[in-house]
Design a protein around this ligand. Structure first.
Ligand code: RP5
Length: 184
């Protein structure tokens, strides 16, 4: 097994149903990762050990998900130079996700956490992949293919609308494509 490049940590195993989206996405991009529970409130010393050892262990980015008073991403960010991407989890103790979101976004100057939308763990993984891809051309190619697949999906949806009888505006006269990042 290759050494993990990304860590997915969460405040409780109850976050896993949301956070496994990040794991699936990292698998798609063939990025080695680890998944564990680190609670800022229930295991604060484990959190410190995790964050302080992360860079030494070869990790390049950390995805941290938590719900409610979601202090985990910010506290991890305070203890490591690695980029931390927070996933606000709409957990059983959350006020509809708002508390988690604001706890993660409203960091003090000097200690940034990149936040994605509530429960958007897949986006956290894509962002982590994009960070790693700045120094990994093969990963960058995989990301470009992924982005192209998103626009191809929309092209398929437009065809479906056309087949259903909805006339489509002619917006595709020239050869430019929406993403078209894939090298020829
Ligand atoms: C947070 O409290 C966790 O990240 C989780 O989202 C939430 C609820 O945890 P459990 O009570 O389900 O363990 O710390």
């Amino acid at each position: 097994m290759s050494e993990p490049k990304v860590a997915i940590v969460m405040g409780s195993k109850s976050d896993l149903s949301v956070m496994q989206g990040a794991a699936e996405m990292l698998e798609t991009f063939q990025i080695p990762f680890e998944v564990t529970v680190v609670s800022a409130h229930r295991t604060p010393l484990r959190m410190v050990r995790f964050a302080q050892s992360a860079e030494k262990r070869g990790l390049k980015a950390i995805i941290a998900g938590a719900g409610g008073a979601a202090h985990l991403p910010g506290m991890v960010a305070s203890l490591t130079p690695l980029p931390v991407i927070g996933v606000p989890v709409k957990s059983s103790n959350s006020l509809d996700g708002w508390d988690s979101l604001l706890s993660i976004v409203q960091m003090p100057n000097g200690v940034p956490v990149a936040s994605v939308a509530v429960n958007a763990s897949k986006n956290a993984a894509i962002l982590a992949a994009q960070i790693l891809a700045t120094s990994d051309p093969e990963l960058s190619s995989r990301l470009k293919r992924y982005k192209d697949s998103l626009s191809e999906k929309v092209v398929g949806q437009i065809d479906e609308l056309r087949r259903a009888g909805y006339e489509q505006p002619d917006l595709d006269k020239d050869s430019t494509r929406d993403f078209a990042g894939t090298e020829s």
